[in-house]
Design a protein around this ligand. Structure first.
Ligand SMILES: [Zn+2]
Length: 188
């Protein structure tokens, strides 16, 4: 069986997995000579006016692209909630058992208004009820200790946990980061 992936995995020239891009964009990069096809879907081709190209599932950039660390470390709610397994770090309830009108939010251990930052070690997932209850206070002031202290996760775990990879694409994550990382991603 051929597993069709809607998106194409783009590797850096160093083989580091970078991101998933739409197939159309991947083809553009290949046609412009900016990337080469590493893996393509068997028997599937994309036709343009004067060109027939295999439908890529993995491409590799011709030139190494430097990705700034700052960008990689950005804490978006998507990644934050994934790190905390989509559950409130105060009451422990998971996002799918919250009541209507409750939702997951970003809580700051040290509130922004009191000098807190948006770094991994200061943010955690909280349900809206707990977040409101904690308000502007420090944990010891309100007696609400988080179930676990927030830590900076391995970027790779997050980056790939929230994506749907085909087995072929997953192979390249394993090649670059090792089987253990892939296994950890799969557990999420
Ligand atoms: Zn809660």
């Amino acid at each position: 069986m051929i597993v069709t992936s809607a998106r194409c995995l783009a590797l850096n020239a160093s083989f580091e997995p970078l991101t998933l891009v739409p197939v159309r964009r991947a083809l553009r990069l290949v046609i412009d000579g900016k990337a080469v096809i590493v893996e393509a879907e068997e028997g599937r081709f994309v036709h343009s006016s004067h060109l027939t190209v295999p439908r890529p599932t993995v491409i590799r950039l011709a030139k190494f692209v430097h990705v700034p660390r700052k960008f990689r470390r950005q804490v978006t709610n998507t990644f934050l909630f994934a790190r905390d397994h989509y559950s409130c770090q105060y009451c422990g309830r998971s996002g799918d058992v919250l009541r209507t009108r409750e939702y997951l939010t970003r809580d700051h251990l040290v509130p922004i208004s009191r000098g807190g930052t948006n770094e991994w070690t200061n943010v955690l997932t909280a349900c809206s009820t707990c977040n409101t209850r904690k308000g502007n206070r420090l944990t010891h002031e309100c007696g609400m200790e988080p179930l676990s202290m927030p830590r900076e996760p391995h970027f790779v775990h997050l980056a790939w946990a929230v994506r749907r990879l085909s087995p072929i694409q997953a192979k390249y994550i394993r090649l670059f980061y090792g089987a253990q990382t892939l296994a950890e991603i799969r557990r999420w």
